[in-house]
Structure formats: C-alpha cells, structure tokens
Design a protein around this ligand. Structure first.
Ligand SMILES: *Cc1c(COP(=O)(O)O)cnc(C)c1O
Length: 375
C-alpha cells in the first residue's frame, strides 16, 4: 500500500478540464475571468460582498493588518495554538503578537483570556481569531468582546472553508476574513489565499497593494510600497473546480471523523476533539488526544506505530508561545494549549482517502493499543 498522507490534494478530471480551459483561453497572466469568477464564487459561498484572491493566506493576513493600520508599537492578539502563519504577519509590520490560550469546548481562543488581555493592554489594535481544524471559535462571545473594546477582528479561516457557526459561514463574521488554498487545505489552488470583507474600499485597497501599488495611469506611477501578492488566473481555474466539489469533500471528511470515532472510541485514554454542533465544522482534520496515564500507549508511541506503517500523522500545532522565535512573547494562559500539544495528534483525513486505507489506519491504531497492553 502506498504511503497515506495527512491531507493530500484531491485532484479530479474536472480540475484538469478547468485548468486546461484557462490555458486554452490564453488568460495566463496575471488576472482574467477565472480569477473574477473564483472571487465571486467564494464571496457568495461565505456571504461576503467583496473578495480579492491572493497567492497565500499569509499574504491575505498581512494585507488585512496593514489596511487596519497596524504598525510598530501596536500589539495584536492571536491564539497560541495555531500555525505560525497566523502570527508572522504581525511581525512583518513591526508590531507585537500577544498570545491567548485555548478553551476546552472548541480548542480555539479562550474568550475570558481575550477579555483579560484587552483589559490589561491599551496597545492592542486588532484581534486574530483562528477556526482550528475546521471548527469555529466561540464567536458570539469573541464578537461581543471585540465590539465592546472597539478592536477590529480578523478571522483566520484558513482551515475552515465551508464550516459554520450557529448558521453563519466561517469567514463571514470578522471585519476581515481569509482562507488558504495551500495544498493541504480542504480545497487547493496549489498555493493561494483570499481576503474577504463587506467593505468595498478596503478590498479595493488590498487589490491595489497586492499588485505593486500601481496608480491607475498608463505609465508606472507609485505613491506607496506595494506587494506582488495576486493569485494567477491559471490557479483560479483550479480553485473554481475545487470549490464546486467542496460539499462532497466536507461530507467525506466528516465520514472519516465519524468512522474513526466509532472504531476507536472504546480505546482507553483516547478522546476526540470536542465538536459543539455536528453540522457546523468542515472536518478538515480528525484530531484526538491520548491520556498517557489511562491509555498505556503514549501519543509518541502511536505516532511511531503509524509512521512504521507508512501513515502520516502529526502532533497538533505546537503552541506559538513555546516556539523559540516567540519565547519572550506575552501569553495569557498557555497551559491548556501545551497539554493539547503534548497529548494530541491529527489523523489522515483527506477527501481522496479510500475506505481500505482508513481501515488500515484504524487497525494499526488498535494493534498499537494491543501491544502496549501486553507490556
Ligand atoms: C494554512 C494556514 C495559514 C496560512 O495559509 P497559507 O496559504 O499557507 O499562507 C494560516 N493560518 C492557518 C491556521 C493555517 O492553517
């Protein structure tokens, strides 16, 4: 059996046809009709009025922070349990990240600790909330706190395309939101991202900054420093066919989650990521924790057993406050995220994974438990 990856790209003949149609049209660089269509389709899907397609989710966050006026001397809140890309753009602008621990219901940013951070520090000028592993944070509280403190909220929905929160799409709730279409996400453009808002002027500004800040004149005229952050029309062709397949992908990933849960729930010490509303997440990755005291098999023993069987599984995100680069950065709380990192892992969850591959993973986990029970 070939290696089973965590979340590989899922490419179908429709994707080949969609990219081929773009190439045949000769709208190769940089913008074109496929790009416009992709922006419109994603915005419609997540209930936003405006969107700009970019070459990464990281670029989208960078532009959002810059348009909000974040600069040196400012602080920006970000959860500690996330990928470094949720925080790096804060540093690109010379501002300071302030990390906040996770809560136990969704593993996302703890609203109480967010409130404490905003009470303690007057220099916080924006908040980034992350919808980790495809499940939304406790947005009713986070939105209320941000509006009470009059701080703009950016949704890092990189992992959460197609997810909902109490009926509202992930990516529809903050002043800005963004998605990633990196190769491991639920849909991919190989590399890509999108910034969304309901403020036309803000998205126009992002589009201007993303295309080298060119003034609208025939000669090249510049009044600010720009970036080369735009998505290409060819990749948007891939995005369009991938987006059309999003609902099937969510269903498939959800079926993986349910099957893992059914097959593994009886193993002592093993617990799945809590799901608040079963209809709401996009089930990007199936995540679980292992209690070393009650399981007999530790997280690292399980990772080794999976790796020996050529199955790619990974620990949860290493908290940013534990990263060498952020070791001197303030973190409100942090113990819960640390505990998740020590005990947690993600299982292969791709929408192209076969039932026999899934069964092989389940069998490998059962035999890891059986071995540890005999020791
Ligand atoms: C993938 C990811 C990003 C970054 O997206 P890129 O498109 O890879 O730049 C940001 N935040 C989170 C939570 C992610 O998972």
């Amino acid at each position: 059996m070939p290696r089973i990856y965590l979340s590989p790209p899922d490419i179908s003949p429709n994707d080949h046809a969609s990219v081929d149609a773009v190439l045949t049209s000769n709208w190769v660089a940089p913008v074109g009709p496929a790009l416009d269509a992709f922006e419109t389709a994603v915005a419609k899907r997540v209930n936003r009025t405006h969107a700009v397609a970019l070459n990464s989710g990281t670029a989208a966050l960078h532009l959002a922070l810059q348009i909000l006026g974040i600069s040196a001397g400012d602080a920006v809140v970000c959860p500690t349990l996330t990928f470094a890309a949720s925080a790096n753009p804060i540093c690109y602008l010379g501002a300071e990240p302030v990390f906040v621990d996770s809560e136990a219901h969704t593993w996302n940013m703890d609203p109480d600790l967010l409130e404490e951070a905003l009470q303690c520090r007057q220099d916080i000028k924006a908040v980034i909330v992350v919808h980790l592993y495809g499940q939304c944070a406790e947005m009713h509280r986070i939105l209320e706190i941000c509006s009470r403190f009059e701080v703009p909220l950016i949704e890092d929905a990189a992992e959460a395309l197609g997810a909902h929160y109490r009926g509202r799409p992930a990516g529809s709730m903050g002043a800005f939101s963004f998605f990633s279409f990196n190769g491991n996400k639920i849909i991919t453009t190989s590399g890509g991202g999108m910034l969304l808002a309901d403020d036309n002027a803000a998205i126009q500004h992002a589009r201007y900054l993303a295309t080298q800040a060119r003034e609208p004149v025939a000669h090249y005229e510049h009044k600010s420093i720009g970036f080369n952050y735009r998505m290409s029309n060819v990749l948007a062709g891939l995005g369009n066919s991938q987006l059309a397949d999003l609902d099937r992908r969510i269903q498939t990933r959800r079926a993986h989650f349910n099957a893992y849960q059914q097959a593994l729930a009886s193993l002592p010490g093993l617990e799945f990521m809590p799901i608040v509303e079963p209809e709401a997440p996009n089930y990007w990755l199936t995540c679980l924790t292992i209690d070393p005291e009650t399981s007999g098999c530790s997280r690292d023993q399980l990772l080794s057993a999976l790796s020996a069987a050529d199955i790619e599984a990974r620990p949860l995100w290493k908290p940013l406050h534990q990263q060498p680069i952020f070791k001197d950065t303030t973190c409100y709380g942090g113990a819960f995220a640390t505990r998740l990192f020590e005990r947690g892992l993600c299982l292969p969850s791709g929408s192209s994974m076969s039932l026999s591959e899934r069964q092989f993973i389940i069998d490998t986990i059962h035999s890891a438990w059986a071995k540890s029970a005999h020791k």
